[in-house]
Design a protein around this ligand. Structure first.
Ligand SMILES: Cc1ncc(COP(=O)(O)O)c(C=O)c1O
Length: 498
């Protein structure tokens, strides 16, 4: 039996071999047809079969069927690959090639697909982080961020690091040891805020709401009445783990009534739903580049009111992080000076500049409307397949759609098939919702009609294939219907306005 046949015997079928190797079925079919596995797969074969098929067997098979001599290979290549050299197994150089990720449709909770203009900008030549041209770009970047956040806060800039760093940046600067902070938790990320308060030496007072419920303003008010010495209120505006939106304006109003500052997580909301920092009076806010801003991950836009900046400047104790100390970082991102603090991720910042420029060109309100439009179409399609949303319609985020998995379906298998067969990524549930929900993101550049249609079509096909009572095509048809209704309404609105 040749190695191709042995693989099929071990894994059960050609499709299973294809899945294990993350290959198209046609490739495996070709291995079986030609009677050998190409030599370049030798290591993977040995690894994935736990040594039941040796790399050497694959190489021998392949050499017998298709004797190719690669000139640059040393004569002892075969024995080296087989492990005679203790070091080569960590990085067999001949087998490592340039990395080319597959083209995926990203409809999970982030990261999102990146606009080609942003990718092009990112690949521009490197320049220094104090280059006068770069410094000019930094000023534009700050003003584009002020637009996205709808704020005049001078201290609005991207922290180098993902959303978690922006979160930590707020807490480590604003929470002094012993400070009481009321944290509203209704999902994963509220839990992380509590962790941050405690690590900064603060005392967290937790206001709990169910996963999938918005933060209850009354519960916050009750907690503040009981804790008049609280200094800060923190909450997540758009809880990515459930797809629920809380009423940030009301929560901030209540917090201010009790003289506390506010820290708001806008990681999933910024660019997808209204975030009006000045109008709502938010004191400190952070987001992330890879969600509705549709940029490469690794940057966290933050914005602070003057009151927060003054308070941090007045702190007598040393802030517990050198990298995140606002007073030190002001020297690089502040209004006047540009002195070395750390090496800024220049090309990622070019990318964020372009991503924000795209939002500026589209118009924030249009970006929000786009999210709602495609959410309504996706929702119509998912509901046509019998799926129920986790969150009450009134609080649903358009850019993060959490639906209950149909009874009896192997949800992880569905996601795996979507990825392997349709190149489509959707999100799983987290914490108590693991295995129970799927999360469909409609963020930034991923929020496009073709993605809605691909998603509904692929999901319908996989569920039908797995034996669920789904009529393939119903979901797409419902989504088309939803788009058509929206077109009619738009046309009527335009006519009225004319
Ligand atoms: C609401 C929320 N806050 C914080 C984070 C952390 O962001 P990051 O993964 O970029 O560190 C996430 C990430 O998904 C999030 O959704």
């Amino acid at each position: 039996m040749n190695c191709a046949e042995r693989l099929v015997e071990i894994f059960g079928s050609q499709a299973d071999v294809a899945r294990a190797f993350q290959l198209d079925r046609a490739v495996v079919n070709n291995w079986v047809k030609t009677g050998y596995v190409p030599a370049r797969w030798a290591m993977e074969v040995e690894q994935l079969t736990d040594g039941r098929i040796l790399a050497l067997d694959v190489l021998n098979d392949a050499a017998a069927r298709k004797p190719v001599r690669v000139k640059s290979r040393p004569d002892d290549y075969v024995s080296a690959v087989h492990g005679s050299d203790a070091m080569i197994k960590f990085a067999p150089a001949k087998r490592i090639q340039s990395f080319h990720p597959p083209q995926r449709t990203l409809m999970g909770p982030g990261p999102t697909e990146i606009h080609p203009r942003v990718l092009t900008t990112m690949s521009q030549p490197a320049i220094g982080y104090l280059d006068p041209i770069f410094v000019e770009m930094m000023e534009e970047l700050k003003s584009l961020l002020r637009y996205a956040y709808q704020t005049k806060n001078p201290l609005t800039f991207p922290v180098s690091g993902p959303g978690s760093v922006g979160m930590e940046y707020c807490f480590v600067n604003m929470v002094a040891p012993g400070d009481k902070v009321v944290v509203c938790r209704n999902g994963v990320f509220g839990g992380r805020m509590i962790e941050n308060v405690e690590r900064a030496g603060g005392v967290a007072v937790v206001v709990e709401d169910g996963w999938g419920e918005p933060v209850d303003p009354q519960k916050l008010e009750d907690a503040l009445k009981k804790n008049r010495d609280a200094k800060i209120v923190a909450f997540v505006h758009a809880e990515t783990s459930t797809g629920v939106q809380s009423d940030a304006k009301t929560l901030v109003e209540i917090a201010h009534k009790y003289n506390t500052l506010t820290i708001v997580d806008a990681v999933t909301s910024l660019g997808g739903t209204p975030v009006l920092v000045d109008e709502w009076g938010i004191d400190a806010i952070y987001s992330a580049s890879q969600k509705c801003l549709s940029c490469t991950p690794g940057l966290s836009p933050v914005s602070f009111s003057d009151q927060v900046v003054e308070r941090v400047k007045a702190r007598k104790d040393k802030i517990h992080s050198w990298f995140m100390d606002m007073n030190l970082l002001l020297g690089y991102w502040g209004a006047t000076t540009r002195t070395y603090h750390h090496t800024a991720p220049t090309n990622s910042l070019f990318a964020l500049h372009e991503a924000l420029l795209l939002i500026r060109e589209e118009g924030l309100e249009n970006a929000w409307a786009r999210a709602t439009r495609h959410h309504l179409a996706l929702k119509a399609g998912l509901e046509a397949m019998g799926m129920k949303f986790l969150v009450n319609e009134k609080y649903q985020l358009p850019q993060m759609n959490a639906v209950m998995c149909p009874e009896g379906v192997n949800e992880a298998e569905v996601r795996k098939r979507l990825l392997n067969e349709f190149n489509l990524e959707i999100g799983a549930g987290l914490g108590p919702l693991a295995g129970k929900i799927w999360r469909f993101g409609l963020m930034g550049y991923s929020c496009r009609p073709e993605n809605v249609m691909v998603c509904l079509s692929a999901l319908g096909s996989v569920l039908d294939d797995m034996g669920l009572p789904i009529h393939v095509g119903d979901a797409e048809s419902a989504a088309h219907g939803a788009y058509a209704q929206m077109h009619v309404k738009d046309a009527q609105r335009k006519k009225k306005a004319a």
